[in-house]
Write a protein that binds this ligand. Structure first.
Ligand code: ADP
Length: 439
C-alpha cells in the first residue's frame, strides 16, 4: 500500500473515531441535562398541582386540576392505592408510594416519579423520559445520517490534498528517472504547485542547474585541454618526421629537435597546470603553508624577472617594502607572481614599462604588477580568470590561457584575493592581496 493511501486511511479512521467520541459525549451530556430538567419540571408540577386541591366538607375537590400538564401526569391515590384522580397507568400505579422523588428504569426509558402525602392521600407527578434510542432517533437522527457524509467528504478532501501535495514528489521521481535514463540535465520541475511543492521543485531545479553547469564546465575543460594538447603533439610529430627526412642536413635536424624540445616543454607546463587544477578541484592539492618573508621572495623574483624584461627592451622597476612576512605556500605564491609578471611582459607594448611593488595596507600584503601594455576590455576582465580563456589567441600562441586560472586557484587556496584594474590600450594592474594574519 502506498504512502498516500496509508495517510488517507489513518486520517479517516481517526476522523471516524473522533466523530464517534464527540457524538457519545454530546449524547451523554444532553441525556443528563434532559433528566435533570425533567426532575425539576416534575417537582414544579407536583407543587403547583398540590396547591390546586381543595378539601370541602371532608372531601377532596379537583376542579382546577389537569390530568396532564405539559407532558407530566398528575394522579391522586388514597392510602390503599385506589386511583382517585388522573389516568390509570400500569407502570407507575404498581410503584409503592413514598414521599420524594425517584427514577424508574423501564424498557421505554426513564420514569421520573415524585410523590407527596397530603390530607390522607398521595399525589403523584410522573413523566417519561424517552429511551436513549428514542432520543437518538428524534434529536440525533439527522446528525447520525449526516455523520458518514462528513467523514466521506473529509476523507475525499484529505485524499485530494495528499494527492496534490505528493504530486511534486512524483514529478521529482519522474524527472530524476528521466535524467538517469537519458542524462538530460536541462529538464526542470514545474514550480507552480503548492508552497511546499514549489520549494522542493525550486531546490531540485537549482541543484539541477548547478549539476548542469558543472557538467558543462567539465566538458568544456576536457574539450579545451584536448585541443590545447593536440597542437604541440601535432608540431612534435611534424618536426619529428621532418627531422627523419632530413637526416643529412645537421642544421635542419637541430632546428627540428629544438622545436620538439620547446613544444615538449610547453606540453609539460600545460600538463602540470592541468594536474594542479584538477588536484585543487578534488581538494588533494597539497598546500604547504608556513611563515616566510614575502619581501625576500619578491626581491629574488624582481631580480630574475627584471633581467627577462630588460632582454625584451622593457623598463622594469620594483618597490618592495621590507619585513613583510605572510603565512602561505611560498612556492605557490612565487608561481602566481611570476605568472603575473610574465603576462605583463607578454602584453606590454614595445619599450613599455612594468612596475612591481609590495606594500602593507589594511592588514594585507599587496603585491601588484602594473604595465602600460595593451590593456583588457571590461567584458574580458570578467573572463580572463576562466580556464583556457585567452583574449587574443593569435598573440600568445605559446600559452594556454591557464595562467590566471592557476593564479586565482592559488589565491583562494592561500586565503588571498586577485584583482585586476585595466584600461583598454592603456595598461593593466594585477593585485594579489594576501592577509597578513592568515592563520
Ligand atoms: P595566457 O596563458 O594566455 O597568458 P592567462 O590566463 O595568463 O593565459 O591570461 C588570460 C588572458 O588574459 C590572456 O590571454 C590575455 O588576453 C589576458 N591578459 C593577462 N594578463 C594581461 C596583461 N597584463 N595585459 C593584458 N592582457 C592580459
Amino acid at each position: 500500500m502506498n504512502l498516500k493511501k496509508r495517510i488517507v486511511i489513518w486520517y479517516t479512521l481517526w476522523t471516524l473515531l473522533l466523530t464517534a467520541i464527540i457524538f457519545l459525549l454530546f449524547f451523554s451530556f444532553s441525556n443528563t441535562l434532559s433528566i435533570r430538567s425533567l426532575r425539576h419540571d416534575v417537582e414544579e408540577a407536583l407543587s403547583d398541582s398540590s396547591s390546586l386541591i381543595r378539601i370541602s366538607d371532608g372531601r377532596l375537590n379537583f376542579f382546577k386540576l389537569d390530568e396532564v400538564d405539559d407532558g407530566i401526569y398528575i394522579s391522586v391515590y388514597d392510602e390503599d392505592g385506589t386511583l382517585l384522580f388522573g389516568r390509570p397507568n400500569a407502570t407507575i400505579d404498581s410503584v409503592p408510594y413514598r414521599e420524594g422523588q425517584r427514577l424508574l428504569q423501564t424498557i421505554d426509558g426513564t420514569w421520573v416519579l415524585s410523590d407527596m402525602m397530603m390530607a390522607g392521600c398521595y399525589m403523584r407527578a410522573s413523566s417519561l423520559q424517552s429511551s436513549i434510542y428514542a432520543v437518538l432517533a428524534s434529536d440525533y437522527l439527522p446528525l447520525l445520517i449526516a455523520a458518514p457524509f462528513f467523514v466521506l467528504i473529509s476523507a475525499l478532501g484529505g485524499y485530494f490534498i495528499v494527492k496534490k501535495s505528493f504530486s511534486p514528489l512524483e514529478d521529482l521521481i519522474a524527472t530524476a528517472s528521466e535524467i538517469a535514463g537519458g542524462r538530460d540535465l536541462s529538464k526542470r520541475l514545474d514550480t507552480s504547485s503548492s508552497t511546499e511543492g514549489r520549494m522542493l521543485a525550486s531546490a531540485f531545479n537549482s541543484m539541477l542547474s548547478r549539476l548542469d553547469e558543472s557538467f558543462r564546465k567539465e566538458k568544456e575543460f576536457t574539450d579545451d585541454a584536448s585541443h590545447e594538447l593536440r597542437t604541440p603533439v601535432a608540431v612534435i610529430k611534424a618536426e619529428g618526421e621532418y627531422a627523419l627526412s632530413s637526416l643529412d642536413d645537421k642544421v635542419e635536424v637541430e632546428e627540428a629537435l629544438s622545436t620538439i624540445v620547446r613544444e615538449a616543454d610547453r606540453m609539460n607546463r600545460l600538463i602540470s597546470s592541468l594536474l594542479a587544477l584538477s588536484r585543487s578541484d578534488k581538494g588533494t592539492l597539497k598546500v604547504d603553508k608556513k611563515m616566510f618573508s614575502l619581501s625576500s621572495l619578491l626581491c629574488v623574483i624582481a631580480e630574475e624577472m627584471g633581467e627577462i624584461a630588460k632582454e625584451k627592451a622593457l623598463t622594469f622597476s620594483s618597490h618592495i617594502e621590507n619585513d613583510v612576512s605572510v603565512f602561505a605556500d611560498e612556492d605557490m605564491i612565487a608561481r602566481a607572481v611570476v605568472n603575473l609578471i610574465n603576462n605583463a611582459i607578454s602584453f606590454s607594448k614595445p619599450s613599455g614599462s612594468i612596475s612591481f611593488s609590495l606594500k602593507k595596507e589594511n592588514g594585507h600584503a599587496l603585491v601588484s604588477v602594473a604595465d602600460d601594455g595593451i590593456g583588457i576590455r571590461k567584458e574580458d576582465q570578467e573572463r580572463i580568470f576562466d580556464r583556457f580563456y585567452q583574449v587574443d589567441k593569435a598573440r600568445t600562441s605559446s600559452s594556454s590561457g591557464l595562467g590566471l586560472a592557476m593564479v586565482k586557484e592559488i589565491a583562494s587556496l592561500n586565503g588571498a584575493e586577485i584583482k585586476v584594474e585595466s584600461e583598454y590600450g592603456e595598461g593593466s594592474v594585477f593585485t594579489l592581496s594576501i592577509p597578513l594574519k592568515n592563520f
